[in-house]
Design a protein around this ligand. Structure first.
Ligand code: 13P
Length: 248
């Protein structure tokens, strides 16, 4: 079965209550594009309000703890995301791996906790600039995939997001050839480990995706969608990316 395109907004630490109207506009426009799954991952504080404002829409967290509850001040557990109305969560974003020292082992535990709580997962991987320049990007990313993707799960509920760190928020993007080489390598590694189920896992590209480059990036081989930061904050910037995905 063909994989449906998946376009996900990661609002990062942006958005107050006044931004809910943008999410409503995004989800309303997304409803016109049947062939594309659209989700928004706002800050934790907006999840409940966003779900209430756009019932039935896919709203997610940007991280979760690997424990279901306990003495972890400041953290949010996967069942709490479900309780707030979320249906998905991002784990292993490079801003968490780098800023909060999250290892592959940590990311794997978070993914397992999220899947166990019934959430879908977007698991992020991606190389730093120096690794890309030294020619080691594919090896680096495949090691992250091997270390952070859990062993046993419903394949349709796990997506990988390939986000080269040097492309995030910089306006730089890899060549289509480099994206295809990376996504093909990830797909082959997943197939080697999970067999036919790998065909159900979506592999998203993330890093400076915008309305101008979305069609080219999303049209590349083995690219099943996009994880979008800055250009997901307003309907004016995000809807053209959804439309580009729908046009493929
Ligand atoms: P930008 O789209 O702002 O480059 O961010 C990408 C990203 O990190 C999404 O998770």
């Amino acid at each position: 079965m063909a994989r449906r395109k998946y376009v996900v907004g990661n609002w990062k630490m942006n958005g107050l209550t006044g931004a809910i109207g943008e999410a409503q506009a995004i989800f309303a426009a997304a409803a016109d594009h049947d062939g594309v799954d659209v989700a928004i991952c706002p800050p934790f504080t907006l999840i409940g309000a966003m779900v209430a404002a756009a019932p039935g829409s896919a709203v997610g967290g940007q991280d979760c703890h690997n424990a279901a509850s306990g003495a972890f001040t400041g953290s949010v557990a996967a069942p709490m995301l479900v309780d707030a109305g979320a249906s998905l969560v991002i784990v292993g974003h490079s801003e968490r791996r780098e800023g909060y020292s999250e290892s592959d082992v940590d990311v794997r535990a978070k993914a397992q906790a999220a899947l166990g709580a019934g959430l879908s997962v977007i698991l992020c991987v991606g190389e730093p600039r120096a690794v890309r320049e030294a020619g080691g990007a594919i090896e680096y990313v495949l090691a992250q995939v091997a270390g952070s993707v859990p062993d046993d799960f419903d394949a349709a509920r796990l997506a990988i997001a390939y986000e080269p760190i040097w492309a995030i928020g910089t306006g730089l993007v890899p060549t289509v050839g480099d994206v295809e080489a990376m996504h093909g390598a990830i797909r082959a590694a997943l197939a080697g480990r999970f067999g036919a189920a790998a065909g159900e896992m979506r592999i998203l590209y993330g890093g400076s995706v915008n309305g101008d480059n979305a069609a080219e990036l999303l049209g590349a081989g083995d690219v099943d969608g996009a994880l979008v930061g800055g250009a997901s904050l307003t309907a004016a910037k995000f809807v053209p990316i959804v439309a580009a995905a729908a046009g493929l």
